[in-house]
Write a protein that binds this ligand. Structure first.
Ligand code: MLC
Ligand code: AMP
Length: 499
């Protein structure tokens, strides 16, 4: 094992590194409009309500949608929240916003009013595309001037004077993440970042226009949006959009539409492995896993049951995709692989923290120069907060995290946020939140609680206390009542002693 720098980027066989320029096409909208100019009748996106739409439809519909947004007063650089179940309408709104130069702010639809209020206060958006009725109410309270519409963009028609006029450095998206500490910050991803993030995996996974992806991931996180959707449109391929995940829905879609690709978080693969139909995954050319670790056991089970060698990769909101197992060579269980084309990666000699540079790495945190300065060192390396090691063949293995983070079903939960919210419960004297390893979810959010009196709150009491404050997936699923929390001399809870 070593903590040396990874100089060896494993390009797929036949790809000459000198021919790779991730930013050659400048921005995703510029690249997309080139794809749409040829083969206008080629099917590109499907959802259950719409059926298939073609490249030509997408070009025309996104132009009309951009006109509506322009007519509503939105201009280049304005922020627009996007939060809805995956659908063709939502993709049209997203692509239209990018073509117009708006800054898209994707938000998890499970967020509660307090979480949404923070993002609205920070991003200062002028518009929101949402599908939950209570969000319309919350947004009316939070920002009465904001234009709030459904994904159908039910506003007057208009005409945008120009589209796709973007440079690589223009901001394209704010991805909210709590990063290493504190409250959620908006990672500013530029048009160049989004292009580089999709182009590197297009090359590495040999994505072709003939590929068809079953996309059951939400479109408000990097995995579904920055990889699944952007990669599909950049390649000129096609995708079947599902508005939620179930093994049957994925396998039915794969069969009905002759799909070739599936991307999922480990929880999805665990559920697929438990399905009697798991063998049907073998009809796909490539299954990719990421957002959380896929255990060696899960790898083995999928290989045994379906003959599928899942390709695991590693990414994050701030960097889109960083590292991937190779397409042609061994896909190694327990490892995330080699840096993707264009990504420079090294490990900090003292801690093993993964450090990265490259056109995929975000521009900084929105209106947070302090946090930006902290995240990058003087040589421009971004500190990911993940700890790693290279194995004897140079594969990166993630060994843990320097940041306090629980990943449940591919969604991030920051213990500090849940602890702070629970401290105001009258029966909570002291509290610590940790992650308990769990086969299905990866980790289960777990509360260690010192009660104020002999009457201890129940798990339901704690969950009720969090209603309206934190999204469901952040709520504790396990509760341990303890007499005290182990603290070090500085008063910091020693979470590794909580087991
Ligand atoms: C849903 N629930 C969760 C949960 N998802 N609880 C904990 N963790 C989660 N991830 C809650 C529901 O609210 C419900 O609560 C209960 O669990 C059971 O719901 P379910 O029907 O079983 O869940 P389901 O809807 O099937 O969702 C599971 C899932 C989903 C795995 C399909 O969580 C999902 O789509 N995850 C992917 C998230 C993602 O895109 N991550 C990528 C981040 S980008 P109740 O109380 O009603 O019972 C990134 C960078 C990178 O990380 O590298 O990719
Ligand atoms: P997010 O901030 O939601 O983008 O989550 C990014 C984090 O997910 C990374 O910093 C990693 O900790 C984790 N992650 C992503 N992919 C993997 C993977 N394949 N294995 C382990 N952790 C992963």
């Amino acid at each position: 094992m070593s903590t040396a720098r990874a100089d060896a980027v494993h390009f797929p066989r036949g790809v000459d590194p000198d021919d790779v320029d991730l930013l050659d096409e400048v921005s995703l909208p510029a690249a997309w409009s080139k794809r749409w100019a040829t083969g206008a009748s080629k099917p590109t996106l499907w959802d259950a309500g719409t059926g298939w739409i073609t490249r030509g439809d997408l070009a025309q519909r996104t132009k009309a949608a951009a006109g509506r947004l322009y007519g509503a007063g939105l201009r280049k650089g304005d922020r627009i929240i996007l939060s809805a179940a995956a659908s063709v309408d939502l993709v049209v709104a997203h692509v239209a916003a990018l073509r117009l130069g708006l800054i898209v702010v994707p938000v998890n639809g499970a967020y509660q009013q307090a979480e949404l209020a923070h993002i609205v206060g920070d991003a200062d958006p002028r518009a929101a595309v949402v599908d939950r009725p209570e969000w319309v109410r919350w947004l009316a309270e939070l920002a009465p001037e904001m234009t709030v519409v459904s994904p159908r963009l039910d506003i007057d028609e208009g005409t945008a004077p120009s589209l796709d006029q973007l440079s690589s450095g223009d901001p394209a998206l704010l991805g909210y993440t709590s990063g290493t500490t504190g409250v959620p910050k908006g990672a500013v991803l530029t048009h160049g970042n989004l292009l580089a993030g999709a182009e590197s995996v297009r090359i590495a996974w040999r994505w072709t226009p003939d590929d068809r992806l079953v996309l059951a991931l939400p479109l408000f996180h990097m995995h579904g949006l920055g990889v699944g959707l952007h990669g599909t449109l950049l390649t000129g391929a096609s995708a079947v959009l599902l508005d939620g995940f179930s093994p049957d829905a994925v396998l039915d879609a794969a069969q009905a539409h002759d799909a070739t690709l599936f991307f999922g978080v480990p929880t999805m693969y665990t559920r697929l492995a438990q399905s009697p139909r798991v063998g049907e995954l073998s009809r796909l050319r490539l299954c990719v896993a990421g957002s959380a670790p896929l255990s060696a056991d899960q790898h083995r089970r999928l290989e045994e049951a379906a003959g599928v060698r899942v390709l695991e990769r590693y990414g994050m909101t701030e960097t889109i995709m960083l590292v991937s197992n190779p397409y042609d060579e061994e896909r190694r269980a327990g490892a995330v692989g080699f840096p993707l084309p264009g990504v420079e990666l090294r490990l900090a000699p003292d801690s093993g923290e993964v450090l990265v540079r490259g056109p995929n790495v975000f521009a900084g945190y929105w209106r947070r120069p302090d946090a930006t300065e902290e995240a990058f060192d003087e040589n421009g390396w971004f500190h990911t907060g993940d700890l790693g090691e290279f194995d004897e063949d140079g594969y990166l293995r993630l060994q843990g995290r320097a940041k306090e983070l629980i990943i449940s079903g591919g969604l991030n939960v920051y213990p500090r946020e849940v602890e702070d919210a629970l401290r105001s419960h009258p029966e909570v004297e002291d509290i610590a939140i940790t992650g308990t390893p769990n086969e299905e979810w990866g980790e289960l959010v777990t509360a260690w609680l010192v009660p104020t009196s002999r009457k201890s709150p129940t798990l339901d009491d704690l969950r009720n206390h969090l209603n309206g404050v934190c999204a469901d997936f952040k709520h504790p699923r396990l509760l341990h009542i303890v007499k005290e929390l182990p603290r070090n001399a500085l008063g910091k809870v020693q979470k590794h002693l909580l087991e």
